[in-house]
Design a protein around this ligand. Structure first.
Ligand SMILES: Nc1ncnc2c1ncn2[C@@H]1O[C@H](COP(=O)(O)OP(=O)(O)O)[C@@H](O)[C@H]1O
Ligand SMILES: [Mg+2]
Length: 247
């Protein structure tokens, strides 16, 4: 019997007004797999992963995590099931501390006289644990991120990605171009996450990168899934033909 996929999206449709962003799209992600999601601009890639990360609700379709039907009312619901979205520019905010960078956008809060305030002590302690797991030499997560070397910045980005022990990491490529160095970091991060048995969905229009790190590729065209290929059994030309509809 085939293994139950870690994530299964079935028959997902989503419209924005008159725009049919997704029409009955299926996506399955297996344990430990790196899945490439490709397609031309406006093919529906970001919409699909935003549905998986709880940003949008689908108009139709179902999501299963390890065979269990789930519904996400918010990104927090998706994250609590181990699905983490990370940003491919791996941006480090230089004038924030390392701890601040790891928690960016999801800082722990505590109540103080009925007001929610940042729980700095928790942030520093937890981010120290995250960095320790990475086996990298950073003296204190209270330090500013400005003076970090490339390798240390990479460690902070990894720390951010693995902090909540995700089972799935989604990487949607930034609209602005990444530098060559930035691209290299993303590919290294994919490999590091894979080594930690984290499944990955990588959205990228750079086919050489998709071919370098993925196991399988799903191709979307104008909101529809038009193909799926095992990476080692296909060619960039075949993927491009599927993306633009020359088949
Ligand atoms: N929030 C939104 N409001 C209106 N239209 C949207 C929204 N998000 C996406 N779309 C439209 O849905 C289609 C798919 O977009 P998107 O998923 O971002 O494609 P991709 O990531 O493949 O470039 C596009 O036509 C886009 O303009
Ligand atoms: Mg997009």
């Amino acid at each position: 019997m085939a293994e139950i996929p870690l994530v299964e999206m079935r028959g997902i449709s989503k419209s924005f007004g008159a725009i049919k962003a997704l029409q009955r799209v299926d996506l399955e992600l297996n344990h430990g797999e790196v899945l490439g999601l490709v397609g031309d601009n406006a093919a529906g890639k970001s919409t699909l992963v935003k549905i998986l990360s709880g940003v949008y609700a689908p108009d139709q379709g179902e999501i299963f995590i390890q065979g269990q039907r789930v519904e996400f009312a918010s990104p927090a619901d998706s994250r609590s099931l181990g699905i983490e979205m990370i940003y491919q520019d791996l941006a480090i905010v230089p004038n924030l501390s390392i701890a601040g960078n790891i928690f960016l956008g999801r800082e722990p809060v505590k109540s103080f006289l009925g007001i929610k305030i940042l729980d700095k002590r928790k942030m520093i302690e937890q981010s120290r644990q995250a960095i320790e797991r990475l086996d990298v030499d950073i003296r204190s997560t209270k330090l500013s991120s400005a003076g970090l070397s490339g390798g240390q910045q990479q460690a902070v980005a990894v720390g951010r990605a693995i902090f909540f022990n995700p089972r799935v990491v989604i990487m949607d490529e930034p609209t602005a171009a990444l530098s060559v160095k930035g691209i290299k970091k993303v590919l290294e991060l994919v490999r590091e996450l894979k080594e930690r048995d984290i499944s990955i969905i990588l959205i990228s229009h750079r086919l050489p990168n998709v071919f370098a790190v993925t196991d399988r590729i799903i191709i979307l065209r104008t909101g529809k899934r038009v193909g799926e290929r095992i990476t080692k059994d296909t060619t960039p030309q075949e993927i491009i033909d599927l993306m633009v509809g020359m088949d």
